[in-house]
Write a protein that binds this ligand. Structure first.
Ligand code: ACO
Length: 432
């Protein structure tokens, strides 16, 4: 509808303003509050950005009530069934599905930028041998700024594209090296003849002294997991990348900041936390005790892998992963995996519990992803790293979109100040 607006009346002054309402392609319309402060002298208050749109975006759409997730308009279920991680990456970056030649060209560019500068290796040696691989990721990805920033003019679209390729291509190499360092094995150089995920598996699990053949089942499962994790609109880590990028910081530093935000258990750290939780629960009899803990307001324990800021129904990614986990474990002859059984039982009990029903708490993507990673032999402390590799695509796609927006401004939220009122400095002897 044209010229739609909402009228705001200040009860204190009687002053009235009309705020424009902007409709998007899908989802709730937004109220443009740009003139609110100028006309009424107010800021808005929305801790955690629960109802605040921070940007315009054409990349990903989520309907949390209906459990819909679209990449550039394409339903995730269709992409999961028919596409691949790199094709989805192309789609997220460029807005359209590639034709065959474009996909081949893109794939070629990504798989030929997999090596990192030899000097980066020395960074690893500075970390404690038992450092968490996410800690290493934050440091090493940030250090790319020192190696590639000089060749990156963030105002040049071609340079931005090269930076995006570098990040997507090198992330598996950096991640695998983090793992190898943490277990004291030599780094494995990438093999550009392999697929994106095949190469990652080889860099993670091969050793120079033995032959290694990529397991096609594992390769496909990983590719699917990466596709599902590639983007998720303005989540905490992506917003962090955008905020950092809004200050004109270089893309490597921005992505390093995204990795830090992803690490927390309320976000990408959940897959690791889910697995640790399942191991702690241990057996079916313990489930009620842990559910009680999750419901107890005086207990900080939360059922990891449950709940989502946006989804108030099943996370569509969780639906796909649940099925894939089943198939994968069956294929691997591990259908009786006790942790998977425990996860299914926990899910069943929680979904029938009033506390979870009333709060619309459903399993999210990370409730299952850890189980797949475990089945693939990926160690628990690498789960969030795997997520970071996949989400790099979303981070760079969103960063590129932001950098090419005509009205790109530094992100600078306001606050609701509730500290002391202005007061006079007290000399030390006068203080109470
Ligand atoms: N276990 C128990 N209770 C929960 C859980 C949970 N996992 N999640 C939310 N709740 C409860 C809250 O206590 C709150 O209850 P109240 O209304 O009685 O106070 C209510 O549900 C709403 O929760 P909020 O914290 O307000 O929801 P928010 O949108 O801020 O948080 C989040 C979403 C962080 C994902 C939360 O559900 C959570 O901590 N889940 C567990 C961690 C997790 O799985 N994170 C992965 C998210 S997916 C991803 O990032 C890939």
């Amino acid at each position: 509808m044209e010229n739609r607006h909402v009228t705001l009346i200040d009860s204190a002054t009687g002053k009235k303003i009309d705020l424009p309402v902007l409709s998007g392609t899908h989802g709730p319309a937004v109220i443009d509050i740009g003139k609110l402060y100028k006309e009424l002298g107010y800021f808005t208050y929305d801790p955690g950005f629960v109802v605040t749109a921070s940007c315009e975006s054409e990349i990903t759409f989520i309907d949390g009530e209906k459990g819909i997730l679209l990449y550039r308009g394409y339903p995730l279920e269709q992409l999961a069934a028919k596409s691949s991680f790199l094709e989805a990456a192309y789609l997220l970056l460029y807005g359209e599905l590639p034709k065959q030649a474009a996909l081949e060209d893109f794939t070629q560019k990504i798989v030929h930028h997999t090596m990192f500068h030899e000097g980066i290796k020395s960074f690893y040696r500075g970390f404690r041998h038992d450092a968490h691989p996410m800690a290493i990721m934050v440091g090493v990805v940030g250090s790319l700024s020192a190696f590639y920033h000089d060749s990156t003019d963030i105002h040049n679209p071609r340079h931005r594209e090269i930076a995006a390729y570098r990040l997507i291509a090198k992330m598996p190499t950096i991640a695998a090296a983090s793992y190898k360092y943490s277990i004291g094995q030599p780094f494995v150089y990438p093999d550009n003849r392999l697929s994106y995920c095949g190469n990652l598996l080889r860099m993670l699990f091969s050793v120079p002294s033995d032959d290694y053949a990529v397991d096609p089942v594992a390769e496909r499962a990983l590719d699917l997991l990466f596709l599902l994790h590639a983007d998720h609109e303005q989540n905490a880590s992506t917003s962090t990348v955008r905020v950092a990028g809004s200050s004109q910081a270089n893309p490597f530093a921005c992505v390093a900041s995204g990795i830090t935000a992803l690490w927390g258990p309320a976000h990408g750290g959940a897959s690791e936390a889910v697995l640790r939780m399942l191991m702690e629960i241990g057996d079916l009899q313990q489930i009620p005790k842990f559910l009680d803990k999750a419901k107890d307001k005086n207990d900080s324990f939360r059922l990891m892998g449950f709940g989502h800021r946006v989804y108030k129904t099943y996370d569509p990614r969780a639906v796909i992963i649940r099925e894939v986990t089943h198939k994968l474990l069956k294929n691997m002859g591990r259908s009786e995996d006790p942790l998977f059984e425990l996860a299914l039982k926990l899910e069943e009990i929680a979904l029938n519990d009033d506390y979870f029903i009333e709060r619309h708490l459903y399993p999210n993507v990370d409730f299952y992803s850890g189980l797949i990673y475990r089945a693939l032999g990926i160690p628990v402390n690498m789960f969030t790293v795997m997520f970071a590799i996949a989400r790099t695509v979303g981070w760079v796609a969103q960063w590129m979109e932001m950098m090419s927006a005509p009205q790109q401004r530094i992100a600078r939220p306001r606050q609701h100040y509730i500290g002391p009122a202005q007061r006079e400095y007290l000399e030390i002897g006068e203080r109470k």
